[in-house]
Design a protein around this ligand. Structure first.
Ligand code: BES
Ligand code: MN
Ligand code: ZN
Length: 504
């Protein structure tokens, strides 16, 4: 799909589809929408005044032009109430229109830049969001389908109204493309089945983004991980024949002695059976998504290189599989993390924190400006916030939390800050045999205690933990308003990309 801009008179364009938009209960048409309405002898205003299109966000109506203008079809999309309009409404309106255009077999599409004349959103931000919404909505994972029934939109041109600079549009389109392709990389990795997407496979995929300039990838195998004394990480993979990998991606490495890096850590359990604390069949059914944090970090590192972020960014991905076998961990085992902290494995299904512990210790070597970890860590994050609603944010510095919340607004990826109360730490330090326990026996302390456990391994740096379990892998239904089909969302890539853009 190619994105471009056009400034010619929209009414004279010969395309197969023009996408227009209106606010909810707004019957005074303006700008380009008014131009088309006039050319169509008031067809659009008639639809609106009869209430056949209400302008609700993502509402779509198709209008045929019957030869009154060269383009034969208009897709009219709602933007919701004008007072609630923001950059994410542009994503969702673009997404809804793109999905309908594809259904109709559209090939060459032109679109207005939604709401830009009525809001203070910059042209660059608006067109970036429109590009993201369009691309993300049209994503499909069909590599294992013998037949592919979906059509392909070939081109989307954004119509440039007066006073908008071409350079802004070109830059917005480029950034939107980079971010969306990086989300798609993460989605592909998460959707890939667990018999293919092993720790070694993930490492190979990460190596490929190293083909970008300024990006180095090193992959540590079991003997090297042993040398680092990562006993917590290694314990999780002991039940699997698929050996673990510790993936290190370094972008702008040559600046490391001058500039403190942003370090991103991603949980990559390529399949989580729960181990001997075995999950139920239904609980296990989506557990190929348990490497979504790692996939998001790989996606974010690809985006960092392509967006040419001016400072160093490091990705650390402990990748392993949580299986049962004669060599798997028992509940009651005691393991030792690379900083010497001993951990009683009370529950083998609380494995994510074990692999993150060693990665967070490793992160300190970089003297990081900030460390942000992403993990499908707990079912209780979903209980707390709701499936498809928001990811849970924990941070030991309010300034980092605020930066992330700002990026959440601009990226449309929702996060909600949770507390780190000292008693969560007390729970995790209450083992009879070791320094820490990896779980409590109280289910309803699940989310805060998981973050408190991680905090034990974040010596001396600014740190945020994002539990993406509520967002990483979602069914498609009418309540969850998502950009793209059921399955992997690539959550985190947009959030981190916007963070890196805003921080530059
Ligand atoms: N990977 C799961 C968490 C999860 C659940 C992610 C649902 C995505 C969707 C994690 O390893 C896990 O099993 N967590 C346990 C922790 C408990 C044993 C302390 C949980 O949340 O039940
Ligand atoms: Mn688990
Ligand atoms: Zn897990």
């Amino acid at each position: 799909m190619e994105f471009s801009t056009i400034s010619n008179n929209i009414v004279e364009q010969d395309l197969d589809t023009i996408i227009l938009s209106v606010f909810e209960s707004d019957d005074s048409l303006k700008g380009l929408v008014l131009d088309v309405d006039v050319a169509l002898n008031g067809s659009i205003s008639a639809i609106l005044s009869r209430g056949d299109h209400k302008g609700k966000l993502r509402e779509v109506t198709v209008i045929y032009t019957s030869g009154q203008i060269p383009t034969h079809r208009i897709i009219l999309v709602g933007l919701g109430p004008e007072k609630d309009f923001n950059v994410d409404c542009i994503r969702h309106a673009s997404a809804a229109a793109a999905v309908r255009a594809r259904q109709l077999g559209a090939c060459n599409v032109a679109s207005i830049i939604h709401g830009i004349e009525q809001s203070t959103i910059s042209a660059k931000d608006a067109v970036r969001a429109a590009t993201e919404g369009t691309m993300l909505a049209l994503y499909a994972f069909n590599k294992y389908k013998s037949e592919n029934e979906l059509g392909q939109i070939e081109s989307v041109s954004f119509m440039k109204s007066e006073g908008i600079k071409s350079e802004d549009l070109v830059e917005g389109i480029e950034q939107g493309n980079i971010i969306s392709n990086s989300v798609h990389l993460a989605r592909d990795l998460v959707n890939e089945p667990p018999n293919i997407c092993t720790p070694a496979f993930l490492a190979e995929q990460a190596r490929q983004i190293g083909a970008n300039s300024n990006t180095d990838v090193s992959i540590l195998t079991e003997p090297e991980i042993e040398d680092l004394n990562m006993g917590a990480f290694l314990s999780v993979g002991r039940g699997s024949t698929r050996k673990p990998r510790f993936i290190v991606i370094e972008y702008n490495k040559k600046l490391l002695d001058k500039v403190q890096p942003l370090v991103l850590v991603g949980k990559a359990i390529t399949f989580d059976t729960g181990g001997y604390s075995l999950k139920s069949a239904s609980g296990m059914s989506t557990m190929k998504c348990d490497m979504a944090g790692g996939a998001a970090v790989i996606g974010a590192l690809q985006a960092a290189g392509q967006l040419k972020v001016p400072y160093p960014v490091i990705g650390l991905i402990p990748a392993t599989e949580n299986m049962v076998s004669g060599t798997a961990s028992h509940p009651s085992d005691v393991v030792s993390a690379s900083n010497g902290t001993t951990i009683e494995i009370v529950n083998t299904d609380a494995e994510g924190r074990l692999i993150l512990a060693d990665a967070l210790v490793y992160a300190a070597k970089y003297n990081p400006k900030h460390v942000i970890d992403l993990a499908t860590l707990t079912g209780s994050a979903t209980v707390a916030l709701g499936e498809g609603s928001a990811a849970a944010l924990f941070a030991n510095k309010t300034s980092l939390a605020e930066q992330l919340l700002t990026a959440s607004e601009s990226s449309g990826e929702r996060i909600w800050r949770m507390p780190l109360y000292p008693e969560y730490t007390d729970w995790m330090r209450s083992s009879d045999v070791a320094d820490l326990r990896n779980s409590t026996d109280k289910r309803n302390t699940g989310i805060g205690t998981s973050a408190a456990f991680l905090q034990e391994f974040t010596e001396g740096y600014s740190w945020a933990h994002i539990d993406i379990a509520p967002m990483a892998f979602l069914p498609s239904n009418g309540v969850i308003k998502r950009l793209g089909p059921a399955g992997a969302t690539g959550f985190g890539v947009r959030l981190l990309s916007h963070l890196m853009l805003e921080d530059s």
